[in-house]
Write a protein that binds this ligand. Structure first.
Ligand SMILES: C[S@@+](CC[C@H](N)C(=O)[O-])C[C@H]1O[C@@H](n2cnc3c(N)ncnc32)[C@H](O)[C@@H]1O
Length: 283
């Protein structure tokens, strides 16, 4: 047993307990190397709650589940994201995927894209810009189609940021000057310039809280799923179940994009690898 002389002592068994709750509630695996990160993120909660050690924190976590659990989950998720991250996915979407899926949906005139693990919204807004460009180019053909991007995350803080659609200019590197002008209003806040998503992209997105491990409420199927830099925190067993469910909820043709350091090798054979972490459903 280690002795911890920090502001909030965290014993080995406290850490075991915390990582058990994290795994059970989110699927996120917290390895030993994450102990410092967990400490600093949860120390903030200890300060807010006025507790003096992790025994007390865990007691609150377990006793008032509904209240502290969502703060706990929001604290342990990693939300790093950016506009047009892994840009080749958006080029592929515009040039190959959207023409094919729109073509396949002429009977229903309906297209559905899912940003699963959308964080603060940069991914779904990048999807919305790409979809808007495609629709603008094909305006006579696809006018009046029902096109929506579902953006979901487990973390309620990042979701409300996405819903708000306000971003610091300083953190919007992935956006071209042209896209910034076309799809965002700029607000001068003194030292800080902010970008506010325009309605033409905002109206394409629905933000909803969803735990990927739980039952999904969606009734219809999807044409495209972006689930990028999410399963990197999950173990293989959780990934196997999740990708099987993605294959079930995707139409045929259906496309899946995952993060640059993720792969489906030994996880599922229900997708064909197209290179560059782009996949197409095969069965
Ligand atoms: C690193 S961000 C990725 C954001 C974006 N997809 C990207 O690639 O830029 C990972 C997101 O997955 C979310 N997440 C983690 N576990 C989840 C779960 N079980 N259900 C839903 N979202 C989850 C986190 O809250 C976080 O916002």
């Amino acid at each position: 047993m280690s002795h911890d002389l920090r502001e909030f002592p965290m014993t080995d068994s406290n850490f075991e307990h915390i990582r058990g709750v994290a795994y059970q509630r989110t699927g996120i695996v917290l390895g030993d190397h994450k102990r410092e990160m967990v400490y600093s993120r949860l120390a903030r909660r200890c300060r807010v709650l006025g507790v003096t050690n992790f025994d007390e924190y865990i007691h609150i976590l377990e006793s008032s589940e509904a209240d502290e659990l969502s703060h706990f989950v929001n604290s342990i998720t990693t939300n790093l994201t950016s506009f047009f991250r892994e840009g080749h996915h958006f080029e592929f979407l515009l040039e190959t995927v959207l023409p094919e899926v729109f073509d396949a949906n002429t009977a229903t005139r309906r297209v559905r894209i899912w940003s699963a693990g959308c964080s603060t919204g940069e991914e779904p807004y990048s999807l919305a810009i790409t979809v808007h460009k495609f629709l603008k180019k094909n305006v006579t053909r696809y006018k009046g189609w029902d096109v929506k991007i579902l953006a979901t995350d487990l973390d309620s803080n990042v979701l409300s940021h996405g819903r708000h659609g306000v971003y610091r200019v300083a953190g919007s590197d992935g956006l071209s000057a042209e896209d910034r002008r076309e799809y965002f209003d700029e607000l001068d806040q003194g030292n800080e310039h902010e970008l506010i998503a325009k309605d033409k992209i905002r109206s394409l997105i629905i933000f909803n809280r969803l735990n990927l491990l739980h039952k999904w409420p969606m009734k219809g199927q999807f044409d495209v799923i972006f689930c990028r830099n999410v399963v990197i925190y999950f173990d293989k067993e959780t990934q196997k179940v999740l990708f099987d469910r993605y294959a079930n909820i995707l139409k045929d043709p259906g496309y899946l994009m995952i993060g640059h350091s993720e792969n489906l090798h030994r996880v599922t054979d229900r997708f064909k690898a197209l290179g560059g972490t782009r996949y197409k459903k095969v069965c």
